[in-house]
Design a protein around this ligand. Structure first.
Ligand code: SF4
Length: 94
């Protein structure tokens, strides 16, 4: 129970931070992923590979725009086009 509350509090703080800053939304299509590991190589803080099947997993889905360079490089070098990036330059207007 305490762990769930702690997780919710972390989520609330993260959401509060993202409300004030431009963000990028990242998603991955695991059906397209071919387990090359290029994204993990280029952005190890943001992507990981599932131990069971080697398919990509995102560590989170919303990122501050300062992570843009690494995320864009990962998406560009993904051999299967499985990484989608959407930018939101004005999150307060959403
Ligand atoms: S680079 Fe693309 S294909 Fe390779 S593990 Fe990452 S998402 Fe999958």
């Amino acid at each position: 129970m305490a762990r769930a509350i702690l997780t919710l509090e972390r989520q609330r703080r993260r959401n509060a931070t993202f409300e004030r800053w431009p963000t990028m939304q990242v998603s991955v299509d695991r059906d397209r992923c071919c387990s090359s590991g290029m994204c993990v190589l280029n952005a190890p803080d943001d992507f990981e590979q599932d131990d069971r099947d080697g398919l990509v997993r995102l560590r989170q889905t919303a990122f501050r725009n300062e992570r843009s360079a690494d995320l864009r490089l990962a998406a560009e070098l993904c051999p299967s086009g499985a990484i989608l990036i959407t930018e939101d330059d004005n999150p307060a207007a959403a």
